[in-house]
Design a protein. Structure first.
Length: 177
């Protein structure tokens, strides 16, 4: 890691990115914001952050590709994936691709900064006995298929055997943003 106080935020919601940027700057970080993978690539041409916050869904792009690029650039970089579309499938993929931690929105600067410090797993994490509901299982299956199709709504609907508008309505209902 080049500098632990250098932070890259990759977030397509400009208002949220601006808020995060100001909050981290008040904590002493030097922050750069990219609103998509192309902007991230341009920033990384002459700059190496020690930390990154990556939104999972960047318009039509996937933040998972950004995680993979960042991890290849610097294996020691602390990468936190932040998402309003949390699912087990995307959490597993994010960690496999190199994210240090995965947080569901809404999350604040304290949550993100604490996640940067959690590089190792915690074997003392309590196991809750709560069983998944059918709605939760459906939601996770939808998100797993979304990841497999690169967040292509039409292809996801086709693979799930549902109408595209039905899938769009389900996604809007559960949106956390």
């Amino acid at each position: 890691m080049t500098d632990q106080r250098q932070l890259l935020i990759i977030e397509d919601d400009e208002a949220f990115a601006r808020t995060l940027k100001r909050s981290f700057e008040r904590r002493g970080y030097t922050v750069h914001v990219a609103h998509g993978p192309e902007a991230m690539d341009k920033l990384l041409e002459g700059w190496r952050p020690g930390y990154a916050v990556v939104d999972l869904k960047l318009g039509n792009a996937s933040g998972l590709a950004c995680v993979q690029t960042l991890r290849a650039l610097d294996p020691a970089m602390r990468i936190v994936v932040l998402t309003g579309f949390a699912s087990i499938a995307t959490a597993v993929e994010a960690i496999k691709l190199g994210a240090s931690y995965y947080l569901a929105k809404p999350s604040n600067t304290d949550d993100i900064e604490a996640a940067f410090d959690r590089a190792e797993g915690n074997p003392e994490t309590p196991l809750d006995g709560r069983q998944s509901s059918i709605k939760t299982v459906e939601w996770e299956h939808i998100h797993q298929t979304l990841v497999e199709t690169g967040f292509n709504i039409s292809e996801t609907a086709r693979r799930l055997g549902m109408h595209r508008r039905t899938l769009a309505r389900k996604l809007e209902k559960r949106r956390v943003r």
